[in-house]
Design a protein around this ligand. Structure first.
Ligand SMILES: NC(=O)c1ccc[n+]([C@@H]2O[C@H](COP(=O)([O-])OP(=O)(O)OC[C@H]3O[C@@H](n4cnc5c(N)ncnc54)[C@H](OP(=O)(O)O)[C@@H]3O)[C@@H](O)[C@H]2O)c1
Length: 344
């Protein structure tokens, strides 16, 4: 599988020719950042969005429009096989499809419906309309797929690679918002939660805007074409304990941690897994527990299968914003879009 080892910076000036780009998942955290980046890079951006967007469908049309200034909004349902052609492309010429679409829950049925099936419909419509390029937001964790949503993402990655379009599959490490639940705890004077000793995992968090720039830059940087692109933010990999120490330093408080044994997560997964075989509603909760356990024990770094370990040095860095200089962190503004995806 092709992979990226060195990442040139995204072009900062407008491209010679503005591209016409249709964006899916524009209302999500990274979708919004990607639309901003596409517009900054000089492209014409249309977004296919649903009438009630946002976590829990709380955004009405006017609120959605305020999230995406400068983009043209088109309304439709990505789960409808005909929607992309009819409501999104609408018979016009587009150069590229950029997708930040992702299940908001991560539970299996939703993941297969959105991360896989809706993307297959979108790819088919793009092929039919002569769209030449697609950029996909995926996730670094699909390199070690143990969860249903990772299998759903991988299945679409394979379809995209075989689909005849120029493709870029971007697999980022952790987003800044993955810390947002802990920010709220620290703000409330509660301890930072750690699994094990807080050094079981590490990641290179990437800011929304840096990731948006990276995704948008895939359109015009040939070095990112037809490649799987793991990407993290700048600086060294950090463990959850180091993230906690940073948060307390920013808050001007002495660090306080509460350690949760991984064995407790294992027990929760086992109990819910058994109960889920009898009560369907608990099956979804069991999958959420498995997702939680995965992130408590697996690093968001490039996996070296031969060595059987995660490799921070092999995880490419991009962008300029680190958690340490992210002023919004303690102001709580990273928490706003956490929504239904709270386990991430
Ligand atoms: N969190 C992390 O640290 C992390 C790290 C690496 C990779 N990732 C990956 O990044 C992706 C999540 O990105 P994000 O945080 O930007 O996602 P997000 O904020 O949850 O946004 C998801 C987007 O998909 C759309 N969507 C979901 N279900 C839909 C449906 N049924 N119909 C129409 N649209 C739907 C949402 O639209 P609505 O507004 O209409 O709901 C929204 O635009 C996931 O693939 C995840 O695996 C996450």
């Amino acid at each position: 599988m092709p992979d990226a080892s060195a990442l040139p910076a995204a072009p900062l000036s407008a491209p010679a020719a503005a591209l016409r780009v249709l964006v899916l998942g524009a209302t999500g955290t990274i979708g919004q950042a990607t639309v901003r980046a596409l517009l900054r890079q000089g492209h014409q951006v249309s977004c296919l969005v649903r009438p009630h967007a946002g976590p829990g469908g709380r955004l009405a049309a006017d609120a959605t429009a305020r999230l995406l200034p400068g983009a043209t909004l088109r309304w439709g349902d990505v789960t409808d096989p005909a929607a992309l052609a009819r409501d999104g492309l609408a018979g016009e010429r587009f150069d590229a499809l950029v997708s930040c679409l992702a299940s908001r829950t991560g539970v299996p049925a939703d993941a297969w419906a959105i991360d896989h099936q809706a993307h297959l419909h979108a790819l088919a419509a793009a092929q039919q309309a002569g769209v030449r390029q697609m950029v996909l937001l995926s996730a670094i964790c699909v390199q070690k797929p143990l969860l249903a949503f990772q299998q759903a993402k991988l299945a679409f990655e394979r379809a995209l690679m075989a689909g005849g379009l120029t493709w870029s599959i971007v697999r980022p490490t952790a987003f800044f918002k993955s810390l947002s639940g802990q920010v709220a705890r620290v703000q409330q004077g509660r301890p930072f939660l750690l699994f094990g000793d807080g050094a079981l995992t590490a990641c290179k968090p990437i800011s929304d805007d840096d990731l948006g720039d990276y995704l948008a830059g895939c359109l015009t940087d040939p070095a990112r074409h037809d490649r799987i692109l793991p990407v993290g933010g700048p600086g060294p990999a950090i463990t959850p304990r180091q993230q906690g120490e940073l948060l307390f330093r920013l808050a001007g408080r002495p660090p306080r941690f509460k350690q949760v044994p991984v064995a407790l997560l294992d027990a929760i997964v086992a109990v819910l897994g058994t109960a889920g075989r009898l009560v369907p509603a608990l099956a979804a909760k069991a999958e959420l527990a498995r997702i939680g356990r995965y992130y408590a024990t697996e690093s968001m770094l490039v996996w070296d299968a031969a060595a059987g370990r995660y490799d921070a040095d092999a995880t490419p860095s991009f962008g300029s914003r680190t958690l340490a200089d992210h002023a919004d962190l303690l102001a709580g503004r990273t928490t706003t879009e956490r929504g239904d995806h709270a386990v991430f």
